[in-house]
Design a binder for this molecule. Structure first.
Ligand code: IYR
Length: 226
């Protein structure tokens, strides 16, 4: 590992804790994240743009291939634009539910109860349309090849979902397929691939979640210690 004063600085501001405090912090974060749910019934209660800005900045701090930060977050709050995105997404979903999806896929979705209607895309205050950039660089002005794009944008999206939850925002990952309509609606170039739409807002007062979603695998089934 090459480190030189011209290219490296000492690790700044890294917090460390005594072991008991580490355990308490890890457990507290786990508890906080356990109340995250994918929500499909949103309130129209507004959420300040500054909240979204901080959540996106958290996402933008994610690790990425060669630190190229190959992501763009189009944060849509205007009712007209949300309607356009909803209509285009529902058109894709109608095809999905009426023939494109395999019987096996529809069977897997049955316990969740989804269908082609996505009214929450207009009701929720924010649609964060996430794009993965095939080209870029550590500065936006660069035009180099990006690496590990899906891994990088996936990690950033996980951090965005966590940041939203910690701010008190419910979210839903939505992935109509294909999503290329998003490039036009969000004014993004064809070199960017729409990754997903994150619906964000307050849950509706009467929001329900599927029992199916409460099933979480225990530690010994998701991890091994060797
Ligand atoms: N995109 C569709 C279908 C869908 C697919 C999966 I996999 C899900 O976990 C949930 C939904 C929709 O949003 O209805």
């Amino acid at each position: 590992m090459k480190t030189r004063d011209e290219t490296h600085v000492p690790l700044p501001d890294f917090p460390t804790y005594p072991m008991a405090e580490m355990q308490a912090r890890a457990a507290a974060f786990h508890t906080a994240m356990l109340s995250r749910r994918s929500v499909r019934a949103f309130s129209d209660r507004p959420v300040a743009r500054e909240v979204i800005e901080h959540c996106v900045l958290t996402a933008g701090s994610a690790p990425s291939g060669a630190n190229h930060q190959p992501w763009y977050f189009a944060c849509v709050g205007s009712p007209e634009k949300k309607r356009e995105i909803r209509e285009a997404a529902e058109a894709e979903e109608r095809e999905f539910y009426s023939g494109k999806a395999s019987a096996e896929w529809l069977e897997a979705l049955a316990p969740i109860g989804t269908d082609a209607d996505k009214p929450y895309m207009e009701i929720a205050p924010w649609l964060i349309c996430i794009f993965a950039q095939r080209r870029g660089g550590v500065r936006t002005s660069e035009d180099r090849k990006n690496y590990y794009i899906h891994e990088s944008v996936g990690i950033a999206t996980g951090m965005l979902i966590s940041a939203c939850h910690m701010a008190g925002l419910a979210t839903l990952v939505h992935t109509p397929n294909p999503m290329t309509f998003l490039n036009g609606l969000c004014g993004r170039p064809a070199t960017e691939k729409p990754f997903l739409i994150l619906v964000a807002g307050h849950p509706a007062d009467d929001a329900m979640v599927p029992r199916h979603a409460l099933i979480k695998k225990p530690l010994d089934e998701i991890a091994g210690f060797f």
